[in-house]
Design a protein around this ligand. Sequence first.
Ligand code: SF4
Length: 74
Amino acid sequence: MAITKVWLDESENECTMCGACEAVCDGVFEVPEKMTVKKDADFAANEAEIKEAADSCPTGVIAYAVDGGEGRAN
Ligand code: SF4
């Protein structure tokens, strides 16, 4: 079950720019203001870290898709 897409989903809450996701996985997440996903991010190599970042995001705004289906940790 590979992660194929990661994005900021502010449909319910907003990114507070806390930087926690970048601290967990700076290969994928950048927080220059609100979180962005790096264009050259290797999702396969950072799968565990992406899930950990989504789990630990205080506002639950990190979404990811697994093999084309949408998923979110919280
Ligand atoms: S952990 Fe969540 S709230 Fe904090 S910067 Fe990342 S996306 Fe935004």
